[in-house]
Design a protein around this ligand. Structure first.
Ligand code: ATP
Ligand code: MG
Length: 298
């Protein structure tokens, strides 16, 4: 099983979009694919498992009604925090990845099949918010729990794709340390904007730090240009990164094209699930081909 871990400490760079489309595309090509969602926002889990109640009209109406029913004379804001949390709290039936990080033997029970052929998911929930703290206070192999869990299912899958939150913490470190075998890859998506070079720098430094206290990791990474516009500045930054990191940048950049991405999201679909006429869908298809060829050279 090859592990592709999409990670960067910079938010909103297309990590989840990339995870969903890569997973869908590689599964469609016949690879048994497991997605691991390590983001408490659980957007990838919601899309893949079709769990979008949180923004359904009924849920929003119910939230307003609950607030009206509970409303104290002088609302302080705490009531809103409480109601939002009650409604956003985990919608996953059964175990999720936070349970597996605390008890790796639960992995088989926590993995869910999806409506997509060849595509399973170890879903996230907001419970992950507390998992980092729980890992910190646990002394038993807290950095390698995901690795231990994934070893139990490695014969069932060809590829495992990990989505991350934009914060590098104990949960993220579990994803990085799981990427330890030859052929596993850390993919750093880069949306070129004012903070993008700092984002790449910090992410790579953090990866090196994780490596420095591990004596078994084979660290391999590649940069992926996402949400790319055709500006001169972007072309210059991309050229610089391609020069500094030869052979460590995917050939295919993903263009910025909001309409198809937003439409797919509003329809609760993965972009590549649709007719794929748009440029951004074509880019993702090409990226899937590029990665498929590197995984399956024959
Ligand atoms: N190529 C694209 N063109 C236009 N919009 C995009 C593209 N890729 C992603 N988006 C949109 O940009 C936003 C951020 O994308 P996404 O959620 O994939 O980023 P992320 O890195 O996972 O964010 P986070 O750090 O919060 O997890 C989303 O609203 C998504 O729909
Ligand atoms: Mg995300």
């Amino acid at each position: 099983m090859r592990i592709l871990n999409i990670v960067t400490q910079k938010g909103g760079t297309g990590k989840s979009e990339t995870v969903k489309n890569l997973a869908f595309g590689l599964a469609k090509k016949g690879l048994k694919t497991l997605v691991v969602d390590l983001d408490p926002q659980a957007n990838t889990s919601s899309t893949i498992l079709k769990l979008h109640e949180s923004i359904s009209k009924e849920t929003l109406d119910e939230m307003i009604q609950t607030f009206i029913n509970d409303k104290p004379d002088n609302p302080t804001g705490l009531e809103g925090i409480d109601i939002l949390h009650r409604f956003m709290k985990k919608k996953i039936d059964g175990y999720d990845v936070s349970d597996v990080l605390l008890q790796p033997t639960l992995i088989n029970e926590a993995i869910q099949h999806t409506k997509y052929i060849n595509l399973d998911i170890l879903p996230a929930s907001s419970n992950l918010i507390e998992t980092d703290m729980k890992l910190k206070t646990s002394c038993m192999k807290s950095d390698t729990r995901l690795d231990i869990a994934l070893q139990k299912v490695e014969d069932k899958y060809d590829v495992c794709i990990i989505d991350n939150s934009p914060i590098i913490n104990g949960v993220t470190i579990n994803g990085v340390t799981a990427c330890k075998n030859e052929g596993d890859l850390i993919i750093i998506p880069i949306k070129i904007d004012a903070g993008s070079l700092e984002g790449v720098d910090i992410t790579l430094q953090q990866m090196l730090e994780i490596l420095s206290y591990s004596d078994f990791l084979e660290f391999d990474f590649k940069l992926l240009f996402t949400m790319r516009n055709r500006t001169v500045v972007e072309a210059d930054v991309e050229k610089t990164l391609r020069t500094l990191f030869p052979d460590r940048c995917f050939n295919t950049p993903i263009r910025y094209q909001s309409k198809p991405v937003v439409t797919a999201s509003n329809e609760r679909k993965i972009l590549l699930e649709g007719r794929c006429k748009s440029g951004v869908a074509q880019d993702y298809k090409q990226l899937v081909d590029e990665i498929f060829e590197s995984i399956n050279p024959n």
